[in-house]
Design a protein around this ligand. Structure first.
Ligand code: 8Y7
Length: 282
């Protein structure tokens, strides 16, 4: 970024994020397999406490998700998703200055989450669900448009591209253009290549190398690499042992231009992001 450029900002309803230094988005999964004994009872208090801890560690954004989008995951009804996330959004909103993000593709969930205080919609389907574009537009929230090939249940079976970087870039440009045509103003959009969403290891590595050219129109880039399967392939480590690899990828992503890094381990990731940003000179 040259000194004459306007500051990069993300307008998240009543809050504005300054992206002139890269930020960390903390992952807060509110699904039965994350904050409970596996039964129906979802202790919102535990999820809120974890969200507040991530904010204290320096997360500028807390990404609250009630529908698992991990490879192989099934669908969740809107009512159930709302029952999981609304109490958490309301309480985080009241207790923390962080921007609350809602990880959803459903228009009714977008509307209710925005009314409860969310400022960012993180949609792995990039507002392609019927009604999602209008709901997101009216919400006043910023939107993260992510690329995914296929659907979570089957996307990792056999992802195929001719040129993964070109195809992801074209998809993101098309979704950004559709949003602008629908009325999204400057500063309300961010783009994400969707690491691991219908991508094998070679695809993910190509996207990481190609990151500097992915958002040709200058929209801020979000990346999510934390604990992902590509780290298992590269290091041989299981889910709980990927902190060092995740932090390395976060630094490389920022060096290649990422402005927001979605991560589970906020304190360590923020250190890596600050170091990489200093090297990059942003
Ligand atoms: C991403 C994401 C997930 C990502 C964005 C996981 C919800 C899988 N990954 N959202 N969500 N980018 N924007 O392993 O990479 O966290 S879920």
């Amino acid at each position: 970024m040259s000194p004459q450029d306007p500051p990069v900002q993300l307008r998240c309803a009543d809050k504005t994020l300054d992206l002139s230094t890269p930020l960390v988005m903390g992952v807060l999964n509110v699904t039965p397999d994350s904050f409970s004994d596996g039964g129906r009872f979802l202790p919102a208090a535990a999820a809120v406490a974890h969200g507040l801890r991530m904010a204290e560690e320096g997360a500028a954004i807390i990404d609250v998700g009630g529908e698992s989008t991990r490879p192989g995951a099934g669908a969740v009804r809107a009512a159930e998703e709302l029952e999981r996330i609304l109490p958490v959004i309301e309480r985080l909103r009241a207790a923390s200055p962080a921007v609350i993000s809602v990880d959803t593709s459903k228009p009714e969930v977008m509307r209710a989450a925005a009314a409860a205080g969310a400022g960012l919609i993180n949609d792995v389907r990039a507002l392609r669900a019927p009604g999602a574009m209008a709901a997101a537009l009216e919400s006043g929230c910023a939107v993260c448009l992510m690329h995914m090939q296929g659907e979570p249940r089957t996307m990792q079976l056999a992802p195929v591209y001719q040129d993964v970087v070109a195809e992801v870039r074209a998809f993101l440009a098309e979704r950004a253009a559709a949003c602008r045509a629908a009325g999204f103003g400057a500063g309300r959009l961010a783009l994400d290549p969707g690491f691991g969403f219908g991508k094998n290891l070679e695809h993910n590595l190509a996207l990481l190398r190609g990151l500097p050219g992915l958002a040709a129109d200058g929209l801020p880039l979000v990346v999510g690499l934390s604990r992902k399967a590509m780290l298992g392939k590269l290091t041989g480590r299981g889910d709980g042992e990927r902190l060092a690899g995740s932090v390395a990828l976060a630094a490389l992503a920022v060096l290649n231009g990422a402005r927001i890094v979605r991560a589970h381990d906020v304190a360590a990731t923020l250190d890596a992001v600050r170091v990489a940003a200093a090297v990059r000179g942003s």
